[in-house]
Design a protein around this ligand. Structure first.
Ligand SMILES: [Zn+2]
Length: 64
């Protein structure tokens, strides 16, 4: 869906890294290097950014 604003486990704000993370992956950078450059050291924050699937564009097509 959309990137969570904060890490689910520890509450650190992570949403501000999402656009840079996507852009970095498109350029062919490694996820590890990107997450290190953002200063995300805890594995809970790293998994929140790494495992997010951007599905809002697909879900928004359907009404409830
Ligand atoms: Zn965390």
């Amino acid at each position: 869906m959309m990137i969570p604003i904060r890490c689910f486990s520890c509450g650190k704000p992570v949403a501000q890294f999402w656009d840079d993370y996507k852009a970095g992956l498109k350029k062919g950078k490694k996820p590890k290097d990107l997450l290190d450059s953002f200063g995300l050291e805890r594995f809970c924050c790293r998994q929140t950014v790494m495992t997010n699937a951007d599905l809002i564009e697909h879900v928004a097509k359907f009404k409830v």
